[in-house]
Design a protein around this ligand. Structure first.
Ligand code: PGA
Length: 258
């Protein structure tokens, strides 16, 4: 099903960051799974911390909920203390992986060269990358948003440019809107989503550009999800804080279903 839609089905992913023990993850995901069971017309997924991946995979068995890693290290295995590889994520049940989240870029110094290697590693293992891009407040004020976002996209995709039809999700997450309660207006977000789709068209070709779902992320909550998702090029959401509570996460999925 993934990536083969010509009509883009909205895709809502909860990024749990460094929250929830294994037991807490199982409890929250059980409530969420049951709450979204009968909601049609929207895809959803969750990205728990690594230790909870396998438990979450078991919890969603038989549902349509996707499972994502929050990060990976390029390379199948090796002496890289503290890191997790694409084959390990797959074996734990993940189908997707978040790459280049702004917290990775800004707190852990990840640059586009490393991010490109991570994207390639995910694609090589048939894990669908959720590639995050976004400008800081200073960059927006300096009118550099388009330049920053397209440089991050082009940089992140360099090693998979010729991979043919690419199963990819892009998440536009303005850094100033992440965890701050500030949300881009639907018009501000649509403007960047439109330029991301144009860029993908030039870089990967028209088919990939039309099929790629572009999520918005940054303080998405039940009260603002519908208006953001009503924009033409906003195809879903990457949700941090509001995904931790299963009922607010389910309410966002419900809003996306329309
Ligand atoms: P937020 O985080 O929803 O808490 O702003 C979004 C994200 O970082 O993916």
């Amino acid at each position: 099903m993934w990536g083969s839609m010509s009509e883009r089905t909205p895709f809502i992913v909860g990024n749990w960051k460094m929250y929830k023990t294994v037991a807490e993850a199982r409890g929250a995901l059980t409530v969420f799974r049951d709450a979204v069971r009968n909601i049609d017309g929207v895809d959803c997924g969750v990205a728990p911390p690594f230790p909870a991946l396998e438990t979450c995979a078991a919890t969603i068995t038989g549902s349509d909920i996707a499972l994502a890693g929050q990060n990976l290290y390029p390379g199948d295995e090796g002496a890289f203390t503290g890191e997790v590889s694409a084959p390990m994520l797959k074996a734990a049940g993940a189908t997707h992986v978040i790459i280049g989240h702004s917290e990775r870029r800004h707190l852990f110094g990840e640059d586009d060269t490393l991010i490109a290697r991570k994207v390639k590693s995910a694609v090589d293992q048939n894990l669908i990358p959720i590639l995050c891009v976004g400008e800081t407040q200073e960059q927006r004020e300096a009118d550099e948003t388009a330049e920053v976002v397209t440089a991050q996209l082009g940089g992140g995709l360099t090693k998979v440019k010729s991979a043919g039809q690419l199963d990819l999700v892009v998440a536009y997450e303005p850094v100033w809107a992440i965890g701050t309660g500030l949300t881009a207006t639907p018009a501000q977000a649509q403007e960047v989503h439109g330029l991301i789709r144009d860029f993908l068209g030039d870089f990967l070709g028209a088919t990939s550009a039309q099929e790629t779902r572009i999520q918005y992320g940054g303080s998405v909550k039940p009260s603002n999800a519908a208006e953001l998702l009503a924009e033409r090029d906003i195809d879903g959401a990457l949700v941090g804080g509001a995904s931790l509570d299963p009922s607010s996460f389910a309410a966002i999925v419900e809003a996306a279903a329309g």
